[in-house]
Design a protein around this ligand. Structure first.
Ligand code: SF4
Length: 328
């Protein structure tokens, strides 16, 4: 399968200046993230709030510029292209935002909202806008009668359907789904997830699926990347990560996920302490102040992602120092 997106050593730091302007510090939001996404595949990114998963999505969309690193779309480095080329490439990389209430312009009709990307990216001739808008609405389970309505006339789930229709309007190769169901009622979440799956099967589009819900990530993804303080600490095929997690952070994260089974009395591991500030990331392994397996080396030497089985990579010194750990 073709590699649609390849991210290499992506880094983003935000400068923050104290109120009195005396001191400038840097928030290290994304620290050397690398992964690739194949055609028709979904990579799920999961981690606690502030771990850098949404910033990674915004960097790929080029809504913000990386501090360093590269992003390739089908082999073309989109960090090193002109603004004119970037505008063309936006057709191929689209986004579904978390909040369907703020993502749609309240003054525009649904017809105008969906015609806009058709016009900007010259997807079809303007005489075909109406037909294409009807086709998009039908693809996301809405009716052509909805064309003349305004966003406030729809429920949250219907607005997210409109957001998805707008994302697929340009026939993109890659869609970043940034927490697309977390603002919706639980009763409609599964409908939106099923719609995204159906569209992926039909359109062969690839997704980067960003969420903090572990069950949602498992349901949607082929591969999963677990992020902690701006880094991917473990990445691999979804079943491998969920059935055989290796990194202590992944293990604790998974053990804390709710199970819809009152008779499953799985032991829960609680992560001790707070997530450190991304301004002062701990030296060595950033997880060491909270890790129950931390060793002396973890305090000063940063572990890098290493293969541990096909496609499964982990950034943890235990891989080197305790071969038996893998079976724990
Ligand atoms: Fe824990 Fe050390 Fe592994 Fe970090 S490198 S997760 S501190 S054992």
């Amino acid at each position: 399968m073709n590699k649609i997106i390849e991210v290499k050593d992506l880094t983003k730091q935000f400068a923050v200046t104290s109120k009195l302007g005396a001191k400038t510090e840097f928030v290290k939001a994304v620290n050397g993230v690398s992964f690739d996404v194949l055609e028709g595949e979904t990579l799920g990114l999961v981690g606690e709030s502030g771990c850098g998963k949404s910033t990674t999505g915004r960097l790929i969309l080029r809504l913000i510029k990386p501090t360093s690193g590269d992003i390739f779309l089908e082999g073309k480095n989109i960090n090193q292209i002109s603004d004119k080329e970037l505008r063309k490439i936006r057709k191929d990389i689209q986004v579904v935002f978390q909040n369907p209430y703020s993502a749609l312009d309240p003054k525009m009709t649904i017809s105008d909202i969906l015609s806009e990307p058709l016009s900007i990216h010259k997807v079809v001739h303007k005489y075909q806008y109406e037909k294409e808008v009807k086709r998009l609405l039908s693809l996301v389970g809405l009716s052509e009668k909805d064309m003349k309505k305004f966003p406030h006339e729809f429920s949250g789930g219907q607005r997210q359907r409109i957001g998805i229709a707008r994302a697929i309007a340009t026939k993109p190769k890659f869609i970043i789904c940034d927490e697309p169901v977390s603002a919706l009622d639980v009763s409609v979440q599964s409908q939106i997830l099923n719609l995204l799956t159906e569209l992926q099967n039909e359109l062969k589009v690839s997704y980067l699926f960003i969420a903090h819900g572990l069950n949602v990530i498992r349901h949607m993804s082929n591969k999963v990347g677990v992020m902690y303080l701006g880094k991917i600490v473990e990445i691999g095929d979804v079943d491998e990560i969920y059935n055989n997690p290796i990194h202590p952070y992944t293990k604790t994260l998974l053990s804390s996920a709710p199970i819809p089974d009152p008779f499953n009395d799985r032991e829960r591991q609680i992560i001790k302490g707070e997530v450190p500030s991304p301004i002062n990331i701990p030296a060595g392994c950033a997880f060491h102040p909270r890790c129950q397996h931390a060793m002396e080396i973890c305090k000063h030497k940063m572990p890098f992602l290493k293969g541990s089985g096909s496609q499964h990579k982990v950034a943890c010194h235990l891989i080197d120092y305790n071969e038996k750990f893998r079976g724990e």
